[in-house]
Design a protein around this ligand. Sequence first.
Ligand SMILES: Nc1ncnc2c1ncn2[C@@H]1O[C@H](COP(=O)(O)OP(=O)(O)OP(=O)(O)O)[C@@H](O)[C@H]1O
Length: 289
Amino acid sequence: MTTRPTVSGSGLTVRYGGSPALDNVSVRLQEGVTGLLGPNGAGKTTLLRVLATAVPPDRGAFTVLGHDPGTGAGRQEVRRRLGYLPQNPGFHPDFTAFAFVDYVAILKEFADRSARHREVRRVLDAVNLSEVRGKRIKRLSGGMRQRVALAAALLGDPGLLLLDEPTVGLDPEQRMQFREVIAEAGRHRTVLLSTHQTEDVAMLCQRVIVMAQGHVRFEGTPAELTARAAGRVWSSTERDPQARAGWRTGLGTFRNVGDPPQGADLLEPTLEDGYLLALDAQSVEAMSA
Ligand SMILES: Nc1ncnc2c1ncn2[C@@H]1O[C@H](COP(=O)(O)OP(=O)(O)OP(=O)(O)O)[C@@H](O)[C@H]1O
């Protein structure tokens, strides 16, 4: 793609005392859905918070749609152009879905009441919640609550949507419905989706970033991440001590990733295999060699 990136940043560093939560990270995001994978504590939430202008980076800079949040005026422009769904959106359980999204719209300074209500109905419709908009949030399922939060993030049709682990706690059917809504939201805007689910990435994302210990370990397409594991996944009857990671499968055999021994029984790689290899510092060096 040759279009101008929605987000362009480099050298992004955030310290909370000890080792950095984000260490000299460069990021470029374009239209479509980019998955952000990484183990707990990798720095995913910190990166999203930085891009959402909630945490100023200690070092580095970035722009969103050409605006620099390092200045007061730029920050305001960026905030008008982004939607952010944090990890634990604070709901008031007695609010109805409509009242909650309307409340967020008021905070987002939609002044005219009837235009604001039109916008609230529009975003609730976009996440397929029109029929339950009068229901109290405490009566909604987990999947519906997540869609209420997503509706609030879609207010004002933001060019950049930041979603922090939105599929956590959803059952498979809810997750599928939620993925569909995200895919639709990503058709004409830039979405950064933090997740622990490699399936979310395989099914939904055009691009993927893998982070570990505050660093970006991989950036590319899901197919490229999977391809990193080609010839590096094998089956064995006993745990292979040479493997970077290995686990027993439902068949009773072990699935291993790493550098296979001579004559190993090679398996078709998955995105998860590529992800596990990308987490490994040594294999990252090998990748970029
Ligand atoms: N407000 C904070 N104060 C101190 N340390 C923090 C703070 N926020 C994050 N950290 C630390 O920064 C590192 C990165 O955390 P972050 O929440 O960004 O990771 P994450 O990839 O989102 O993890 P998870 O998947 O568990 O949400 C961790 O070591 C975490 O303990």
